[in-house]
Design a protein around this ligand. Structure first.
Ligand code: NAP
Length: 237
C-alpha cells in the first residue's frame, strides 16, 4: 500500500499557501505548514489540524530545523514572500529594504532545495511561487519583477541539477490576499477591481485557483523546469 503523501508548504499560514494546505488536507494528504508568525500558525493548526513549524525561509538554520522536523517528504512548496519594503521607485531605492524580499523569494527557495531535496521521496517535486510582476511590471516593481523572473531560471537550473526531482514555478496573477497591503495599501480594492475588468478571465484570482495550479504541478510527473501561469490572461493585456 502506498504511504500518504506528505507536502511541506512554507507560507501556508496565509493566502495561496493557506488555500493549498486546506485543499491538500481535503484530498487526504499530510501537510506541514511553515511560516514566521506563531499567531498565524496557531490558527492554521487549529483550523486545518496540521503540524506547523515557526521558521524564516531566509535563515539557513531554520530551514535545516524544518526538515529535521518533517523527515522524508513527498513534495516541497513555497509561497512565502516578505515584500513589505520592496516596492520603490528606482531613483530613491533603499537597497537594504529589498533584502527581506530577496531572502524570502529567492534565497529561501534555494535553501529549501538545498536541504529539502535529499529528503524527497521518489517522484517528489519542488514548487516555487513567482508572479505576474516578472511579465507585466509596473513602476516600483523592479525588485519583485527581478525576483520573480529569477525564480524561473532557478527552477530550470535545479530541474537539471536535481533530476529526477522535478522543480517548477507557479506564476500567479493578481489574487486578493493580505499581501496587497504592501502593494497598494488603502487603494487595494479599487486597484484590484479595475484589473478584474481588464482581464480576459473577467475577474482576479482566487487563492484556490493558485492552489489547484500548484497541485497540478505536484501531480504531473512529466512537468519539470517550467513556469505555470495562473493569471487569468494578465500577460495578454
Ligand atoms: N497576491 C497576489 O496578487 C500575488 C500576485 C503575484 C505573485 N504573488 C506571490 O504569491 C506568493 C503568495 O502570496 P500571497 O498573496 O498568498 O501572500 P500572503 O497572504 O502574504 O502569504 C505569505 C505567506 O508567507 C509567509 N512568509 C512571509 N515571509 C516569510 C519568511 N521569510 N519565512 C517564512 N514564511 C514567510 C507569511 O507568514 P509570516 O509573515 O507569518 O511569515 C504568509 O504565510 C508570494 O510569493 C507572492 O509574491 C502574489
Amino acid at each position: 500500500m502506498q504511504s500518504t503523501e506528505h507536502v511541506v508548504v512554507v507560507g501556508g499560514s496565509s493566502g495561496m499557501g493557506r488555500a493549498l494546505a486546506a485543499e491538500l488536507v481535503a484530498q487526504g494528504s499530510e501537510v506541514t505548514v511553515a511560516g514566521r508568525s506563531t499567531g498565524k500558525l496557531d490558527a492554521v493548526r487549529r483550523e486545518l489540524g496540521v503540524p506547523t513549524v515557526a521558521m524564516d525561509i531566509g535563515v539557513e538554520q531554520d530551514v535545516e530545523r524544518l526538515f529535521k522536523t518533517t523527515g522524508t517528504v513527498s513534495h516541497i512548496v513555497t509561497t512565502a514572500a516578505d515584500i513589505s519594503g520592496a516596492y520603490q521607485l528606482i531613483s530613491e531605492y533603499d537597497v537594504n529594504s529589498a533584502r527581506s524580499a530577496v531572502d524570502s523569494k529567492l534565497l529561501g527557495p534555494l535553501l529549501l532545495a538545498k536541504h529539502g531535496a535529499p529528503l524527497l521521496e521518489p517522484g517528489g517535486s519542488i514548487v516555487f511561487t513567482s508572479g505576474i510582476a516578472a511579465y507585466r511590471p509596473g513602476p516600483r516593481a523592479s525588485v519583485v519583477a527581478a525576483l520573480n523572473g529569477g525564480l524561473a531560471s532557478l527552477a530550470s537550473a535545479l530541474a537539471v541539477e536535481l533530476a529526477p526531482i522535478r522543480v517548477n514555478v507557479v506564476s500567479p496573477g493578481w489574487v486578493d490576499t493580505p499581501i496587497w497591503q504592501h502593494v497598494a495599501g488603502d487603494a487595494t480594492a479599487e486597484t484590484v477591481a479595475a484589473m478584474a475588468a481588464r482581464l480576459p478571465a473577467g475577474r482576479i484570482g482566487r487563492t484556490k485557483d493558485i492552489a489547484d495550479a500548484i497541485i497540478a504541478l505536484l501531480r504531473n510527473g512529466f512537468i519539470t523546469g517550467t513556469v505555470l501561469h495562473a493569471d487569468g490572461g494578465h500577460r495578454l493585456v
